[in-house]
Design a protein around this ligand. Structure first.
Ligand code: PEP
Ligand code: MG
Length: 360
């Protein structure tokens, strides 16, 4: 598709270009690869992701399995669904996040009474406060990955190094237990989500303990800007482009890469599927992007239209701005200058934004 056709912004022309790009890698003009992974929540997302150009699953939100029922799933049920998912995508990597409840995702059969649930017992705090529940999930994950090499376990909402250490210790304990029982088990890759401001400042210590990091831009923006992600009166889709959020992500990538083994950084929040967001993340040196499969076409188009050098220059400029509208303007102008649409319709990361509806 040439620049003129793109400016015409014909949906048919865009579709044709998306189809043409399907077989081509998400690679910049100067040959920097940026793998695109799928975010998955509901079972119905799995087929969509499998039929897409996803190079793996960057975020499987296990809480749906827990939210859509009236009791905790037992170990075998969890094992079955994780095993199926890992087999469906093997040998591609599958990132399975441990239970991320609390905040707006409340289990009907395990209610938590808190005045401030977004600052309460959520994510890894919930799992560490209820090790009997956490151990079942860890055992199911380890059993599911036996003989397959594609599981990447992921811990959500880590705020302290001690929380990561405790989670890693429980993972090691689950592995020991299974070995002692003579059950098939494996040692998967392990990562954590950086989505709490404290974790940004701890990136070096956290990165040194794991195989990869994953940035949750929705929660990171929520906690940096003190703006409830579910409250449209205080939040906008551009919050993830706020310079304060961008500077945090830039720091995460730099610190993770400065570590001796250069820990890779994936971005799995909604920002990764926004063409402007993807462009600035490319510039900051993210190693992979994970999004709703509906966003692959547009993001690949962006990545294939820029050099990594130009994206870095744009990111540097974005980091110097004072508010998110300036950043949005800068990036949209750059997209337009590269022959692309200036304004793209928003694609929701459905699996992330619908959570509260499912919890009700
Ligand atoms: C995020 O916070 O950006 C994220 C990817 O996790 P979730 O949307 O599931 O909270
Ligand atoms: Mg999150």
């Amino acid at each position: 598709l040439d620049a003129l056709e793109m400016r015409m912004s014909q949906p048919e022309a865009l579709c044709a270009q998306f189809m043409k790009n399907r077989e081509l890698p998400a690679q910049t003009v100067d040959s920097v690869r940026l793998p695109l992974h799928a975010n998955i929540g509901l079972d119905s997302d799995i087929g969509l992701a499998r039929n897409s150009e996803a190079e793996g699953v960057g975020l499987y939100r296990t809480e749906y399995q827990f939210l859509l029922r009236d009791a905790f799933p037992v170990e075998d049920e969890q094992y079955q669904s994780y095993r199926q998912l890992l087999e469906d995508f093997t040998p591609k990597p599958v990132t399975i996040r441990t239970l991320d409840v609390g905040g707006d995702k409340i289990l009907s059969y395990f209610p938590l009474k808190e005045d401030n649930p977004f600052l309460g017992v959520r994510g890894i705090r919930f799992s560490l406060a209820h090790p009997e529940i956490f151990m079942i999930q860890l055992r199911a994950l380890l059993r599911a990955s036996a003989g397959l090499e594609n599981l990447q376990a992921l811990f959500p909402m880590v705020a302290k190094v001690s929380e990561l250490d405790a989670a890693l210790e429980l993972l090691a304990r689950a592995h020991r237990e299974l070995m002692e029982e003579g059950q098939a088990t494996a040692k998967p890759k392990v990562g954590l989500m950086i989505e709490v401001p404290s974790a940004v400042f701890l990136t070096k210590a956290l990165a040194a303990r794991v195989d990869y990091l994953s940035v949750g831009t929705k929660d990171l923006a929520q906690y940096i800007l003190a703006a409830d992600r579910t409250n449209a009166r205080v939040t906008t889709p551009d919050d993830t482009l706020h310079p304060a959020v961008l500077n945090a992500i830039d720091m995460i990538v730099r610190d993770a890469h400065a570590h001796a083994q250069s820990t890779p950084v994936s971005v799995c929040g909604e920002m990764a599927g926004d063409p402007a967001g993807a462009l600035v993340l490319l510039g900051m040196g993210a190693d992979a992007l994970s999004m709703s499969p509906a966003s692959f076409g547009r993001v690949k188009l962006v990545i294939r239209a820029f050099t990594s050098k130009r994206a870095r220059a744009l990111a540097d400029e974005a980091l110097e701005q004072e508010d998110e509208r300036q950043v949005r303007g800068l990036l949209n102008d750059a997209l337009e200058g590269a022959g692309m649409l200036k304004h793209w319709p928003r694609v929701e990361d459905r699996a992330g934004s619908d959570a509260s509806a499912f919890a009700e």
